[in-house]
Design a protein around this ligand. Structure first.
Ligand code: FES
Length: 171
């Protein structure tokens, strides 16, 4: 992911470490705790800081490679802070058949970023998803918390014009 939006230095990383310690302590003794811990960290911070991997691994008695492997396997996990608006574009079959490939190309060009990246001003993060359960209205995207169906490039431009890159729609 691009480093356009890098957080707030020392205070931010102290806060992150504190939150991570709290989350790990609350579920570490439960079996299969890794996924809940990763989801909880991301819900809390918006991403999973790479610095958190050793802490999580130690607490759950796993190797760093195991924790890192799970984070990189699942598209939902981020390793860098997201932009203020998270845009998720469905790249699964039904949407692909209904124009999602062209739509994705348009979105990348319009935002100037590729999937997995955040714009340099921190306004937008672009992420792929694989079916939003909205196949009847393909192609589908999610902007912030709102799902949009039958999105054409023109419709995307309208959606994006209606939100501010300085807004706080994401997560
Ligand atoms: S394939 Fe895109 S919403 Fe189901």
């Amino acid at each position: 992911m691009s480093a356009g939006h890098s957080g707030n230095g020392h205070a931010e990383s102290n806060r992150a470490a504190f939150e991570i310690d709290k989350i790990v302590a609350s579920v570490a003794d439960k079996p299969g705790a890794l996924m809940p811990v990763l989801h909880a960290v991301q819900d809390r911070l918006g991403y999973i800081p790479p610095d958190a991997v050793p802490t999580i691994a130690r607490a759950l008695n796993l190797s760093r490679a195991e924790v890192h492997g799970v984070i990189s396997f699942y598209h939902d996990f981020r390793s860098a802070p997201p932009g203020r608006n998270i845009i998720r574009v469905c790249r699964a079959e039904s949407c692909q058949a209904m124009g999602a490939i062209e739509l994705a190309a348009h979105i990348q060009k319009r935002l100037g970023i590729e999937f997995g990246q955040t714009s340099a001003d921190g306004g937008y993060t672009l992420e792929p998803v694989y079916c939003l359960g909205n196949c009847a209205c393909s192609p589908a995207i999610v902007v912030g918390l709102d799902i949009h169906g039958r999105v054409t490039p023109e419709r995307f431009d309208e959606i994006i014009s209606a939100i501010s890159p300085r807004g706080t729609e994401s997560r």
